[in-house]
Design a protein around this ligand. Sequence first.
Ligand code: GDP
Length: 317
Amino acid sequence: MKSIFSVFKRGLRKTATSLARSVESVVSNVEKWDESTFEELETALLAADFGAETAFEMVADIRDRYAQGLIHTSADVKRIIADDVVKILESVSRPINFNPNGPTVILMVGVNGCGKTTTAGKLAWMWKNDGKKVVLAACDTFRAAAVEQLKLWGERTSCQVVASKHGADPSSVLFDAVESAKARSADILLVDTAGRQHNKRGLMEELSKMSRVADKALPGAPHDNWLVLDAGIGSNALRQAEEFGKTVELTGAVITKLDGTGKGGMAVAIQRKQSLPLFFAGFGEGMDDLQPFDPAMFAEAMFGIEDERSVTSADNP
Ligand code: GDP
């Protein structure tokens, strides 16, 4: 069986390689550390997109422990930073609040190309394999290919897709989808939304309207609004979170394309800055390339810390 830790390790290989290289080259000769060592370490963490505050705090922690004589090797440095990462990630993590009285409606929001449609498909696959009934709503009616792309995911996962034609009103598609999910006693309704409109205001107004319409069809819906973030965009992610957060009440995030970037520190920055729990991490384009986010595995894989976990895919929550 595939170990989940090995999935994190493989998915974060690029980040781990560049971090290990830069951290080790900075801290290799522990006896000769001086102030420039700490500055270089901070630069290495900034280069991996941990964000200024996080990098500063981590280096302060290292500086303190070094002064106390607690650091002997570069492995000690990686372990301390990884522990700090886990603390940050765990401070905002929480389980998903599934609606016990009907379908849980989850809106996937984010800019074009961040991976919303693909993530909705992967989630449908994962939850379906968990025995849940999932319905997909094709509410990205702005992008011509998005509806077709989601229908394809519907076929691959054998999940129902509620869709209309290109250019249709996303709120009316959503209303129909909620009604359909209720009628079918679905557990989860995953809503793919547009990442772009003719202008930003149009997009933001559309998202507010969708929330209102969902609540009308099912009071309390949407239960979650997840921001989908492409790990490769670095600090832009923080700006995107601020922009989307002005219109919809973001309740969590999914980070995609961690496999393609050396800057996975963004996952830490977003949780630190926006207090958004990360629920899932995308490590590739395949159906199985999505994992529930695990702070300890993430931190250890990111710093190339070997671990003998034997948790398997079957243990997924
Ligand atoms: P959307 O516009 O937000 O719906 O984005 P899409 O779901 O269409 O994804 C844009 C591109 O990113 C597609 O080519 C996806 O296959 C790809 N993609 C999505 N998630 C991941 C991931 O975790 N890793 C990699 N390598 N590619 C991804």
